[in-house]
Design a protein around this ligand. Sequence first.
Ligand SMILES: Nc1ncnc2c1ncn2[C@@H]1O[C@H](COP(=O)(O)OP(=O)(O)O)[C@@H](O)[C@H]1O
Ligand SMILES: [Mg+2]
Length: 301
Amino acid sequence: MQRIRTQASRDLAIAIIVIGISSAFLISLNVNERFIALAAKHERWQLDEFPVVLLVIYIMLTWYSIRRWTEARQEITARLEAEHKITQLLAENQRLFMLAIEVQEDEKRKLARDLHDEMGQYLHAARTETVALRLTSNDALVKDRATSVEQCLSHIQLSTREMIGRLRPPALDALGLSAALAQLVHQQCSIKNLHANMDIASEVDQLNATVAMNVYRIVQECLTNIVRHANASQVRLTAKMQASNLNLEVTDNGDGYASNQTQGFGLLGIRERVEGLGGKLHINSQPMHGVSIHVTLPIAH
Ligand SMILES: Nc1ncnc2c1ncn2[C@@H]1O[C@H](COP(=O)(O)OP(=O)(O)O)[C@@H](O)[C@H]1O
Ligand SMILES: [Mg+2]
C-alpha cells in the first residue's frame, strides 16, 4: 500500500511538471491564436469545434480513470482484509493443532501409566504363579505347559515395556532431552547397524516440556524413516541453540527420495509440529543423495 502511495505521488508530480512546461510552451508560441486563424481559413472542415471535442474526450477519460481507480482501491482493501483473515485463521489453526498435540501427549502419558500400574502388576503376578506351578508340579505335562505360558508372559511383559517406552519416553523425564536424544539415536541405529554422529548441545535440556517432547517426536520420526526407508550407513544428528532459535538437523547418506514422492503421515506430522511451534522446516532430498531434514524453532526466553 505504501509503495502504491509513493508511486501515485510521483506520477502526480510528473503530471504537474508536464502541464507547467507545456503551458509555458503554448503561451510562448501563441498556439491557440494560430489555431483559430487556421480554423477560420478552413471553416469547411469544422476545425473550430476541435477544442470542445477534446474537452469532452478529456472529461470522459477522467471519469473513466476515477471509476477504475475507485474499483482498484476497493479490490486492494478487500484483498488486504482477506489476507489478514487468512493469517488469523492460520494462527488459530496452529494453536488448535498444538492443543491437540498436548492432549494427545497427555493421553499417551496416562495410557503409559495405566499400562505400567495395571498390566505390569498383573503380568508380574501371573508370571510368579506360573513359575511356582512349574516348580511345584510333579506332572510333566503341566510343567511343560507352565513353561510355555511363562515364555508367553515374558514376551508380553517385554512388549508392554516397549509400548510404555514409546508412549512416554522415560529417558526424557529422567535424563533430559540431550541424553534422551542420544539414547534414541543409539537405539535406532543399532537396529540397522548404522554409524551415528551426534552434536547435541547441553542447552537443549533447558527447553520447556512441550518443545522438548515435540523435538523428541520429530527426531523419532526422522530416525524411524531412516531405519525403514533409507538404506543408509550413516546418520548425523545436530541440535544447537543459536540466538533465540533451536537448530535441529537429521541427515542420512541413504537412497533419498524424489521430490514428487507423496508424503506420508510421518513427514506431515513433522511439518505440523514445526508449524505449530512457529518454526520452519526444510527437507532436502535427492535420489541416491540421502535426506537432510532441517528444523528451526523459535525459543521464547
Ligand atoms: N530418510 C529417508 N530416506 C529415504 N526415503 C524416505 C526417508 N524419509 C522418508 N522417505 C520417503 O518418504 C515417504 C513418506 O515418509 P513418511 O511421511 O514418514 O511416511 P511413512 O514412513 O509412513 O511411509 C516414505 O514412504 C519414503 O518413501
Ligand atoms: Mg515415516
